[in-house]
Design a protein around this ligand. Structure first.
Ligand code: GLN
Length: 502
């Protein structure tokens, strides 16, 4: 039988519900693993005692016949979700010591489904980054090669799942932050349609782009989590979508109309955007992606050529819109009501300046400056307004593409995970690495990453699937079918416990 840390969400839930194992036993096993691999830096707040207390309570509920679907399953949350039982930092010094009085809606819904939490997971400061190197609490290491980044900004979530420290985790994706770390760490993650998960209690980065989603080993586990994260929350987030809930787990086992057992994807048209396979794509990633596409074709899918002609523009457009929204969202952190306040200052202006200089790291400061500039009088039309217009065209390009295909497939990132420190002094190099994930976010479409093989230096490569609005079931079904015939998602890194000889 497989070890507890390999079970993931659905299997852990089943084992606990059928009393094969208690939540306390699972939680103890994972706590031990978290302690042995603390050097990964995945957690910013590790809460073993609280987790054990919750596990005990979950076991009592199991004994009493409570059948909450994810009862006693240990997760951990990206530290941009506010939580009532643990501090929230968003990876920033600005929020050090901040304690929320309430839970983010996504966290609360997962608690309502029975999950428990081992703590809060490291991330890039205010979710700004692609390598988790912008966290005020240190970088996260990739479990496959600890000299490399786990991706970002949900790097702690991806590393924790890949290393088997938690059954599953929450992440957020504004421009790729679920999909890219999932790809870099060899796990599965889905960013739903914008608005499907409530943003209430998610520390805001760019409000028109921010979206929560699950990160786990498999599409099955993502489906198990996603069903308990979504749903309207209009009293708290007016942009949350008022659409009926979907049983994503049921959707996985639902065969496609007209499909057969050996061709489960028969009839599925998979669009391959020419712009995702150009010169910028590194050959090792391309090779793994091509093999995965061939697998989809072998399973009955029809591969069709499509074009997303403004893919390149998604970088300047995103890096205008996201900083613009960030500069506005982050203006509340001025040391008066919110955030760190400098100890010494001369007057009010000096207090603002020192508090923000001390509280925000360099990448966040850079984005506030860029965002303030593109929104300022005289530049608004030239930058922000233009970017909004191109954003609309990018969304239209997707609609034209979806006339020819049901899902779009391609790489998640141009390369495998890079070395820690390799790009940390080059913000533009980080921005360029986001080329394949930004357009999906700008259009508000659902996108996911699933393990598709390995590239240079034996590092994981993800396949990205993008669907039209509210087609999460199709994406998860496609990924699940792929995972029935491949075993990339079952591969796990061989880790040396910290303190042990390498
Ligand atoms: N890498 C992108 C950025 O730095 C996306 C981050 C995200 O999705 N939160 O903005």
């Amino acid at each position: 039988m497989s070890a507890i840390h390999e079970w993931g969400v659905a299997e852990t839930a089943r084992q606990i519900q059928t009393k094969q194992v208690s939540s306390v036993e699972v939680t103890q096993a994972l706590i031990q693993r978290c302690e042995a691999h603390a050097d990964l830096g995945a957690f910013v707040h590790f809460a073993p005692e609280a987790a054990l207390a919750s596990a005990k309570a979950a076991d009592a509920r199991v004994s009493a016949g409570d059948a909450a679907p994810l009862l006693g399953v240990p997760l951990a949350h990206k530290d941009v979700f506010v939580t009532a039982d643990a501090p929230t930092t968003a990876g920033s010094r600005m929020l050090a010591g901040y304690q929320s009085p309430f839970n983010a809606t996504v966290v609360q819904r997962l608690i309502d489904a029975g999950t428990i939490s081992l703590g809060k997971l490291n991330c890039d400061e205010f979710a700004m980054g692609s390598g988790n190197e912008n966290s005020a609490y240190g970088p996260v290491k990739n479990p496959w090669d600890t000299s490399r980044v786990p991706g970002g900004s949900s790097g702690g979530s991806a590393a924790a799942v890949a290393a088997g420290l938690v059954a599953g985790a929450t992440g957020t994706d504004t421009g790729g932050s679920i999909r890219q770390p999932a790809s870099f760490c060899g796990i599965t993650g889905i960013k739903p349609t914008y608005g499907l998960c409530s943003r209430f209690g998610m520390v805001a980065f760019a409000s028109s782009l921010d979206q929560a989603g699950p990160m786990a080993k498999t599409a099955l586990d993502c489906a198990a989590l996603l069903g308990h994260m979504t749903g309207p929350d209009l009293d708290h987030d007016s942009t949350s979508l008022d659409v009926p809930g979907v049983d994503y787990l049921a959707a996985l086992s639902q065969p496609r109309a007209g499909a057969t057992a050996d061709k489960p994807l028969l009839g599925l048209r998979v669009g391959l955007p020419a712009e995702f396979f150009g010169a910028g794509l590194s050959p090792d990633v391309n090779e793994a992606v091509q093999a995965a596409l061939k697998q989809l074709a072998d399973m009955g899918a029809t591969l069709v050529d499509i074009s997303l002609p403004r893919t390149e523009l998604s970088i300047p457009v995103y890096y205008i819109i996201a900083p613009a929204e960030a500069s506005s969202n982050l203006s509340r952190f001025d040391g008066v009501r919110y955030g760190h306040r400098a100890k010494d200052y001369d007057d009010l202006g000096d207090m603002y300046q020192r508090s923000r200089t001390e509280g925000f790291g360099p990448e966040v400061q850079r984005r506030i400056l860029i965002g303030t500039y593109v929104l300022s009088h005289g530049y608004y039309d030239a930058y922000y307004l233009q970017a909004q217009k191109i954003r609309r065209l990018i969304a239209q390009d997707f609609q034209a593409a979806f006339a020819k295909c049901d899902v779009i497939a391609g790489p998640v990132a141009p390369t495998v995970a890079w070395g820690i420190g390799e790009k940390s002094n080059d913000p533009v190099a980080n921005y360029l690495a986001d080329i394949f994930t930004l357009s999906t976010s700008l259009a508000g479409l659902p996108g996911m990453s699933m393990p598709a093989g390995f590239g240079a230096a034996g590092m994981p490569v993800g396949l990205q699937l993008v669907g039209n609005y509210l087609t999460e079931s199709t994406l998860l079904h496609t990924a699940h079918s792929f995972q029935q015939t491949t075993d990339w998602h079952r591969r796990s890194p061989s880790l040396t416990p910290s303190g042990a000889a390498a």
